[in-house]
Design a protein around this ligand. Structure first.
Ligand code: GUN
Length: 285
């Protein structure tokens, strides 16, 4: 029987602990606050941002939203980030991606100062992750590592195969797994014979964004399957990258969608924000 990794329940537990930390900060007169910037009207982003604001509310984190017109100039976007960088009451800044293609998201991410970069996208924080130094780890990979901790899954010596090489998920995941002594292989849209590679995966992490991309014949018996995909079907239902129903009986552990990685991503954002707040107030190194 497979163990279904319950991301929803674990995220709830983490958020309850963060709520206590938040209350302790309040007793010291410290209020944790997140600023979220969204540019344009991306529908999926609206849902993500709404979920982030609800989570902040739940944990007791103050939340400020900047909804910018899709025609905003790069200069105005950078000016806003610089203003938020200097604002003492703001502890973390999140620029929701995607943003319109005419804007330079890389410049925007590197403008968010590393101390307030709760998404872990500033190249300084990415570099620290690569060097296995303390940093803000981007929220989805960090959430997956917390799941491994909770379910006592040790990556040392395991073949981890990552499907997808995005800056947000695939690339930071490589280093999270490498830092835990896994042997890491990354597959992407140009990879040949993906099935041959995935069939050797002790741990398969899929972040490709294609419904049912991972089929039962692609996986190794008794492996661990982590599904990062959030795909909307024509009937409106959300499904992952993995053909869950046909895969689940072959595996040792598997994450569902919804209720797997998604809630963990948001819990880790809250975690990073509390850490940023404590650090900015000299409570941790
Ligand atoms: N777009 C999709 N996922 C994310 C995320 O984790 N952070 C940000 N900033 N944008 C995203």
């Amino acid at each position: 029987m497979p163990t279904i990794i319950d991301g929803k329940e674990l995220a709830k537990k983490i958020r309850a602990n963060l709520k206590i930390e938040c209350e302790e900060l309040n007793t010291k007169g410290i209020k944790a606050k997140l600023a979220v910037i969204m540019v344009g009207e991306d529908q999926a982003s609206k849902v993500y941002v709404r979920n982030k604001s609800k989570a902040c509310d739940d944990v007791g984190i103050e939340y400020e939203e900047y909804l910018l017109d899709e025609n905003i100039t790069q200069k105005d976007l950078i000016n806003l980030i610089n203003k938020l960088n200097k604002e003492k009451t703001i502890n973390g800044i999140l620029l929701q991606s995607p943003i319109p293609a005419n804007l330079d998201i890389n410049e925007a991410f590197r403008t968010i100062i590393p101390e307030k970069d709760v998404d872990g996208f500033n190249p300084v924080n990415v570099g620290r992750l690569v060097l296995d130094q303390d940093t803000f780890v981007s929220c989805t990979p960090f959430g997956i590592m917390k799941m491994f901790d909770e379910y006592k899954i040790d990556l040392s010596g395991k073949n981890v195969v990552i499907l997808g090489r995005s800056n947000i998920v695939g690339k930071p995941l490589i280093h999270c797994c490498l830092n835990r002594n896994a042997t890491v292989t990354v597959c992407h849209s140009k990879t040949q014979n993906i099935k041959q590679i995935t069939q050797n995966a002790d741990v398969l992490i899929s972040a490709v964004g294609k419904a049912h991309f991972v089929s039962a014949d692609m996986i190794k018996d008794n492996s661990i399957i982590i599904d990062v995909g959030i795909n909307r079907l024509e009937n409106g239902k959300i499904t992952g990258d993995v053909d869950f129903e046909n895969v689940k009986d072959k595996v040792e552990f598997i994450t569902p969608v919804p209720g797997g990685v998604g809630p963990m991503t948001i819990a880790m954002l809250m975690n990073n924000l509390i850490k940023a707040t404590k650090r900015q107030n000299g409570m941790i190194d």
